[in-house]
Each structure stands twice: as structure tokens, then as C-alpha cells.
Design a protein around this ligand. Sequence first.
Ligand code: GDP
Ligand code: MG
Length: 163
Amino acid sequence: RLPVVAIVGRPNVGKSTLFNRLVGKRVALVDDRPGVTRDRREGIATLVGADFTVIDTAGFETDDPQTLPGRMRAQTEAAVAQADAALFMIDSRAGITPLDEEIARWLRAADTPVIVVANKAEGRAGEAGIIEAMALGFGDPVPLSAEHGEGVVELFEALRPFI
Ligand code: GDP
Ligand code: MG
């Protein structure tokens, strides 16, 4: 079994962008039916010669299992439970939002090690958000630009103890 890394965070922070960058075309599981695509995608990432499974997650708005968002959240929780490390992604430009704080509370109660990834950190617009992310209590955030590919080596360095 390869080590497993789950990417979690509120919508639009850039989780899928990072997933696509790490996995490229080697996506093991893509289902294009509406609503299913966003459930869970996994693939194999190779960073500096180390292979690991990456899970892209979506859905944290509600835990009502009667709803699609609730089932997506259950998928997210299952992904984190099986992961060797969780990448908790925030948007450095937006700063920490109430939903980020809710996710942080939930992650603190989980057993999985958490690395905070401060995405959209290209340029200077993200500096305040990176500092805010330190207050989440998971240690120093890793600044990243998933879109521009900046910070990926530093992300690997942060992941290395867990994979
Ligand atoms: P997800 O909902 O967390 O999976 O977010 P997506 O990966 O779908 O990205 C949401 C939006 O953020 C898209 O418009 C991306 O192009 C944009 N985005 C992702 N990564 C970056 C980044 O590093 N910098 C900037 N400026 N935008 C980004
Ligand atoms: Mg996504």
C-alpha cells in the first residue's frame, strides 16, 4: 500500500488544482456523472521519486447524510481517516474564514497529521493570509501556488516525515 495524502479544505481554495498538478493524467478514478465527480478522486503522485496516493476531496458544508453535500462530507471524513497525512488547504488571499475554522476544529479532533497549505501565495497578496494561517495551530503553513507550481518542493519536504 502506498502512503495516502488527502487534500481537504473549503470550496475554491485550489484543492483540485493541486491534485491535478500532483497527479497529472494518472487519475485512477474519475466519474463524470454529475455530483459524483466531486465526491472523491484519487491518483498516484510522484514527487522527487516518492510515490504516494493523493485523494482530492469536496464537501464540508453539512453533515446531513440525507443530502449530497452531506454524503460528500462523509467521503471527506473517510479520506482523512485513512490518510497518513492531510493537507489542509486555505486561500492565502482570502485569509481564514469561519468555514476554515470549522474544518480546523474537526481536523484537530482527527488522528491524522495535518499540514496547512496556504495556496494562492504567488506574488504578495497572500502574505497576511499566510500569517493568519499560523494561528490555526497546526504549525507553520507551507506557502504554495498550485496554479503556478510554486512551493511544491517545500510541500514535499513537509510531507516527507509522513510518507
Ligand atoms: P477547489 O474547489 O478547492 O478544488 O478549488 P479549485 O482547484 O477548483 O480552484 C478554485 C479556483 O482557484 C480556480 O479558479 C483556480 O484556477 C484558482 N486557483 C487554484 N490555485 C491557485 C493559485 O495558486 N493561485 C491563484 N491565484 N488561483 C488559484
Ligand atoms: Mg475541487
